[in-house]
Design a protein around this ligand. Structure first.
Ligand code: ADP
Ligand code: MG
Length: 695
């Protein structure tokens, strides 16, 4: 473990970052790289060659033997294929080589990645291209080069390409707005993201004995232990020694590869924890969250722990989510969602806020789709995470400001001073509006929005692509209007007032966990897609296609392909869960309970011979036998369900949810009753109390 004095040295030591580039590249090449990052100018091959050579030397000094293009296909996890630097040389020797061509472009045989039918098999190759905006880094003796992943026709096959496109779009449109406010200084607007990540830790020996955890990431059976999270003593509780060591080790690994890991603490459920990094630019943040999830799992193994990132590893206690903190920053260090201290700054803030409110209201469906997954279905709307309905929480101060603007009434600030809301001046807003509402899907927390619907296992790219694109779209509409305005101040006030009036239904300050909210939301006309099977068919609704196509994020074909991929993944996950469940019932639970019932029968015979009563054994044995018969039928039903899956993927999603998952729940209920009746020594795998308190 590193000492704190060495931390500044340790941080980013495995990253080929700007500092290192400055040191190791000629100033011409460094400038060329910088230019390509700021305005997208492609690198000349000679520059690429020089960067590659410098990267290789640096990497070899740090012990790297291989390099890999690192990309983010639609699976949601990252992909890599390693090539060594070796090239044969004279006399049977080798030299270490790495060219600009290898840096800039790779050609993985990509035919086995999900593509949603985009590529025909005769052109199954894809290619990866270096994203010079993200720094290369070293992990496990390989140089990792962050890349985008495209088909030969140029269609995006990954999550990074559309993300980069969306970052560029929101930059362009936000700049137009800033210019209208007389800002000529800002050169770039960059979305900022901080992704808080929840996870569980359990002992590896226990994990290895659970086929469901190994194959599906969640427990398909199990009763709540006598003790769960009801004492609320785990949240922010003391770290157990093994967990504390794990977290230290994890921090070190994260810091080495440049992840700004900042906060660590125990979460609500036993065995549950959280890591939050300091926010950074959206592209790096998305890369870093992928890296963090990977390292969390890897480092756990060193401590004989397993890190579970599934959204709902255990029924009955809280599952894991992710909070995507999002804002817009400028290259001059300003935050566009920070309320200002002068009326003009406030007008700008309120315009960005209005754009955001309008965007979330208009594009609820696409946002809902970005957090739809089989795992997240267990959390959203289940009283432990926000409901599946989008709404925005602003905090009482800001809500009052907005009400005052809509109604044209005076606004009293925090000190109850009445502030005039005139035609040409907007109210002053306190800068520390930090109300909290844990139940809101989208909460304004002073200077950023916290999107809280994300599942713990998902890539954060999808939600950020949506937020960036929605914001770009709304800002574009505003800029188009205001650029033509003859009286900017008056038109600005009108636009803010009209936008807030038209979209106030999306603002909700109450308890999102309350059932009454769903009724109210329906009255307001807000969209409610309770599950993935209901949400994903709307992925490529016409207004979503228009949003992404008009902003050059996806083509229409890419949108249909992405919907198909989401459907395929969902269906595959449910089928795997169903098959795993059936397998565990047939080959583990039924044989085990049969053996226990037989043991009871033997004991009954022996006891009766001895003239003892055997009422307890007889009662339990009979119950177990009846339940076993029921469980066997329930398992057959699951097998039959699997045989009858509709070929059409959209229908199959509905069928998976309405038929397969329902029958799985029935089987689980029976199995869980059996667990309660069966001698622990006979039960074939560890139970909840052994898993949840095993770290
Ligand atoms: P909490 O949500 O627990 O109150 P914080 O508000 O401190 O915690 O921050 C949560 C996350 O939000 C952290 O990752 C933090 O770096 C990030 N964050 C803070 N400010 C911004 C911002 N302006 N833009 C994006 N993310 C931010
Ligand atoms: Mg938070």
């Amino acid at each position: 473990m590193e000492t704190s004095a060495k931390l500044p040295e340790l941080f980013g030591s495995m990253v080929f970052n700007e500092e290192t580039m400055k040191e190791r590249l000629s100033s011409a090449s460094y400038e060329a790289w910088k230019k390509s990052v700021t305005d997208g100018t492609p690198l000349e091959l000679s520059t690429a060659n020089e960067i590659a050579e410098a990267m290789k030397q640096w990497a070899v000094e740090k012990g790297a033997t291989h390099f890999t293009h690192w990309f983010q296909p639609m699976t949601g996890v990252t992909a890599e294929k390693h090539d060594s630097f070796i090239e044969p040389a004279e006399g049977g020797k080798i030299v270490m080589e790495f060219s600009g061509k290898e840096l800039v472009k790779g050609e993985p045989d990509a035919s086995s990645f999900p593509n949603g039918g985009i590529r025909s098999t005769f052109e199954a190759r894809g290619y990866t291209a270096w994203d010079p905006n993200s720094f290369a880094f070293i992990k496990d003796n390989s140089l990792y080069i962050p890349t985008v992943f495209l088909s030969y026709g140029g269609q995006a096959l990954d999550k990074k390409t559309p993300l980069l496109r969306s970052i560029e779009k929101v930059n362009q449109q936000a700049l137009r707005i800033l210019r209208l406010f007389g800002d000529t200084e800002t050169k770039r607007v960059i979305p900022q993201v901080g992704a808080e990540q929840e996870y569980f830790l359990i002992d590896k020996d226990v994990y290895d004995k659970r086929e469901d955890l190994r194959l599906t990431g969640r427990t398909l059976f199990g009763n709540m232990p006598p003790r769960g999270q009801e004492l609320s003593d785990h949240y922010f509780g003391q770290l157990k020694p093994r967990v504390s060591e794990y977290m230290r080790d994890l921090d070190n690994e994260l810091w080495k590869v440049g992840v700004l890991s900042k906060t660590k603490h125990n979460e609500v459920a036993p065995g549950q924890h959280e890591m939050a990094p300091i926010y950074t630019d959206c592209n790096a943040s998305c890369d870093q969250n992928q890296l963090a999830m990977e390292l969390m799992k890897k480092v756990a193994l060193r401590h004989n722990l397993v890190c579970l990132i599934h959204e709902k590893p255990f029924a009955g206690v809280n599952g894991s989510g992710k909070h995507d903190n999002w804002s817009l920053g400028t290259d001059t260090g300003k935050n566009l969602f920070k309320p200002g201290s002068t009326p003009s700054q406030n007008a700008q803030f309120l315009l960005f806020l209005a754009a955001f409110i309008k965007g979330i209201d208009e594009y609820q469906t696409t946002l809902r789709c970005t957090v739809a997954s089989a795992g997240n279905d267990h959390r959203l709307g289940a009283q432990e995470a926000p409901p599946a309905v989008l709404s925005i929480f602003l905090g009482s101060e800001l809500e009052h400001v907005i009400k005052a603007i809509i109604n044209g009434t005076p606004y009293k600030d925090g000190s109850r001073k009445t502030l005039k809301i005139g035609i040409d001046s907007l109210p002053q807003i306190r800068q520390d509006t930090t109300d909290r509402n844990r139940t809101s899907p989208m909460a304004f927390t002073g200077n950023k929005f916290e999107f809280r619907m994300l599942g713990s296992a998902q890539s954060v790219s999808g939600p950020n692509i949506a937020l960036n694109t929605i914001m770009a779209e709304e800002l574009k509409e505003f800029a188009d209007k205001l650029e033509k305005s003859k009286n900017f101040q008056a038109d600005l006030q009108k636009l803010i007032k009209k936008t807030l009036t038209d979209h106030q239904r999306i603002i909700f300050e109450g308890d999102g966990y309350d059932d009454a909210w769903l009724v109210e939301a329906e009255k307001r006309g807000l969209k409610n897609y309770p599950s993935t099977a209901e949400a994903i068919p709307h992925y490529d609704d016409p207004e979503n296609i228009a949003l992404y196509v008009n902003n050059d994020i996806y083509t229409e074909e890419e949108m249909h392909a992405r919907r198909a991929i989401h459907e395929e993944i969902y269906n595959a996950q449910i089928s795997i869960e169903a098959r795993t469940m059936s397998d565990m019932i047939r080959r583990q639970i039924l044989p085990a309970v049969s053996e226990y019932a037989t043991t009871l029968a033997d004991r009954i015979a022996v006891k009766k011979d001895a003239g003892f009563s055997a009422g307890y054994e007889a009662k339990v044995g009979a119950k177990i036998s009846t339940l076993s018969d029921k469980l066997q039928l329930a398992q057959e039903k699951i097998d039959n369900d699997l045989k009858k899956k509709p070929a059409d993927a959209t229908k199959c999603m509905k069928y998976s949810r309405d038929t397969i998952l329902k029958d799985m729940n029935k089987a689980r209920e029976i199995a869980d009753q059996l667990e309660e009746l069966t001698d622990r020594d006979f039960w074939p795998f560890p139970v909840y109390s052994e898993m949840l308190f095993s770290e």
